[in-house]
Design a protein around this ligand. Structure first.
Ligand code: MLT
Length: 265
């Protein structure tokens, strides 16, 4: 689906009824990573999955991008859809950085968080240098080169070897990202603040979902978020890498369904 928000085209999917559950994708991906979630979770929630600007069907804007820019985009989309009640904000990786930025900006609109294969800490100096390098790669060689670099790191070794269809699907999603979108996201991630303090102040329910074989986020990253968010549960999915919601959709959806059930009880 598409909608015009503040004069900008935004791609999104919306299914189901009940508590709003906003699914924010990671880098360099789009809302299609959540296909199994909007299918599997629309019985238990009102699922909204936007494309961040410059990804999927969402238009990029020629302006500096920060994680808070994406958070504002999400808020504007929800307003445009008439969703004003507090929502569960679920983010995958970079989408988790956006979810934490959203919490900083719109705490009254957050009923809970689902933080999936992400982390609260900011980039290290080395990490920031890596972002700058990748900005150069994207500008020079395009989305294909970024996809080539990322792809081997986003699945568990088992999935990477045994599920070529899923790997090809992720590759297509990555290759479809626009270069300005990639550059905007890399600079937003490079400059994002540490969100540990944001989680320390948050007392609403938080589900942290980790992939046991995640090559990009460490177990310590997950434990740090668990320690910071006082009302949190950590679920580590076996045979799942960085793209856990795509790799283990059933286990992922079960974890989120159980989490949503605890909110109602
Ligand atoms: C993502 O999956 O969104 C990114 O790999 C996160 C990051 O690079 O920090």
């Amino acid at each position: 689906m598409e909608i015009s928000v503040m004069g900008r085209r935004v791609g999104y999917d919306e299914r189901g009824q009940g508590t709003p559950l906003v699914l924010i994708h990671g880098f360099p991906l789009n809302r299609m990573i959540w296909e199994a979630q909007w299918e599997g979770l629309s019985d238990v929630a009102h699922v909204i999955a936007p494309d961040l600007r410059g990804f999927g069907e969402s238009e990029m804007i020629d302006a500096p991008t920060e994680v808070s820019t994406y958070a504002d985009d999400v808020r504007e989309l929800l307003d445009a859809l008439g969703i004003h009640e507090p929502a569960i904000i679920a983010g995958h990786s970079m989408g988790g950085y956006v979810a934490m930025a959203y919490l900083r900006r719109y705490p009254q609109h957050v009923a809970g968080l689902v933080l999936t294969t992400t982390k609260a800490t900011a980039d290290t100096m080395e990490g920031k240098a890596g972002r700058d390098k990748n900005i150069g790669v994207a500008k020079e060689k395009g989305a294909d080169a970024i996809a080539e670099g990322m792809l081997p790191k986003v699945f568990s070794p088992k999935t990477y070897e045994s599920n070529p269809e899923l790997v090809a699907q992720a590759k297509r999603i990555m290759q479809s990202a626009s270069v300005p979108g990639i550059v905007g996201a890399l600079s937003a991630m490079r400059d994002r603040p540490d969100s540990t303090g944001t989680l320390l102040e948050f007392s609403q329910p938080t589900l942290i979902v980790a992939g046991a074989d995640d090559a990009l986020m460490s177990a310590a990253d997950q434990e740090n978020m668990k320690q910071a968010a006082r009302n949190s549960t950590l679920v580590t999915l076996p045979n799942a890498g960085h793209l856990a919601p795509m790799e283990q959709p059933e286990a992922y959806n079960n974890a989120v369904t159980e989490f949503l059930a605890t909110l109602k009880s």
